[in-house]
Design a protein around this ligand. Structure first.
Ligand code: FMN
Length: 324
């Protein structure tokens, strides 16, 4: 048993990475009940949903679980940058019949707040993790008041040391190959100096001195994840072997499967507003693509079924003419 397993009270040295937008409590419960550390990502949840999901976890497991938050500084919206972003996306809005006037302008992703800490106090999660730095010392003291262990992501040695100096119980070393947002917070330098190799590297990471591995992408195809059908298709296809760091989805570099908008506008675009303000305009395009992609996949399946049934009839015809 590693030191981190003892600290977190888990049987397996595996942390299921919190993944905002593709999972809620079901995946966290399944992983915690299996002996790893299940995580609930809260960056995209309203207070009501967070309450419901925390209650669902408490009702379905008595094992340790982790609740995760972002710690970014919310940007001041800039009309000029918003206009530049909408201009860059204009051809896509036209292609998918989206009226830019209908696009909401909210941030879509929230940092940890005192209100969230109040809500957590009701559920006393044993572990709380952070991405993009740490909250104020005052909020950290609140979390510690019920004995929560605090862990956070680092992408460089400087960030790892900073987290240690600010009293975290463990540092999550995010490698360059990690899916999702880079957790950098002390600089925008994307060079990685710490990190485990990849999912296959869990064993290697442990033998190199890590005390557990946090794995995200490998959980995206689990039935408990809320990953969309189109995203699942992409993850199972050859396309999944081509990933890049892109800011076009949120305004911050995140690793994703290379797709059309990444190829055409990025992968890194100067036109995006600050994180997370790029997400609002991407939302309707994501929804439209899921519908079109879903329809295309449905047509392909129908075509394949027709070919199969045609083949079946041809076989029958051939058999019956042979019998005759
Ligand atoms: C779809 C997706 C969403 C993510 N969302 C979050 C999040 O909300 N909070 C967080 O701390 N990390 C998030 N991450 C990053 C993970 O914590 C972790 O660094 C990464 O998944 C590990 O690499 P792997 O996906 O190759 O296993 C996300 C990763 C993915 C793939």
């Amino acid at each position: 048993m590693t030191a981190l397993q003892r600290l977190l009270g888990i049987d397996l040295p595996i942390i299921q990475a919190p993944m905002a937008g593709v999972q809620v409590s079901a995946l966290a419960v399944a992983v915690s009940n299996a002996g790893g550390l299940g995580s609930l990502p809260c960056a995209m949840l309203t207070a009501d949903v967070m309450q419901r999901e925390l209650a669902a976890i408490r009702a379905q497991t008595d094992k340790p679980f982790n609740v995760n938050f972002f710690c970014h500084v919310p940007p001041t919206p800039s009309e000029e940058r918003q206009a530049r972003w909408h201009e860059a996306l204009a051809p896509y809005f036209t292609e998918f019949g989206i009226d830019p006037a209908t696009i909401a302008s909210g941030p879509g992703r929230m940092p940890f707040t005192a209100a969230a800490a109040d809500l957590l106090a009701e559920f006393k999660p044993p572990i709380v993790s952070f991405h993009f730095g740490l909250p104020s010392a005052e909020l950290m003291i609140r979390l510690r008041s019920w004995g929560a262990k605090i862990i956070a992501s680092a992408t460089t040695v400087t960030e790892a040391r900073w987290l240690e100096a600010h009293g975290v119980d463990a540092v999550i070393a995010q490698g360059n190959e990690a899916g999702g947002h880079r957790g950098n917070f002390l600089s925008s330098d994307l060079t990685t100096q710490v990190g485990i190799a990849d999912a296959k590297g869990v064993q290697a990471a442990l033998s190199l001195g890590a005390t557990a591995a946090q794995i995200g992408t490998a959980f995206l195809l689990c039935p408990e994840a809320t990953t969309s059908a189109l995203h699942r298709e992409a993850l199972k296809s050859e396309a999944a072997t081509h990933t890049a760091l892109t800011n076009v989805f949120t305004g911050r570099p995140a690793r994703g499967i290379v797709n059309r908008i990444m190829r055409e506008l990025g992968p890194i675009s100067a036109a995006t507003p600050e994180f997370p303000l790029a997400t609002a305009a991407i939302g309707p395009l994501r929804a439209a693509a899921a519908t079109c992609g879903g329809r295309k996949a449905w047509k392909q399946r129908l075509f394949a079924a027709m070919v199969r049934s045609e083949f079946h009839w041809m076989q029958r015809d051939r058999r019956s003419s042979a019998d005759a």
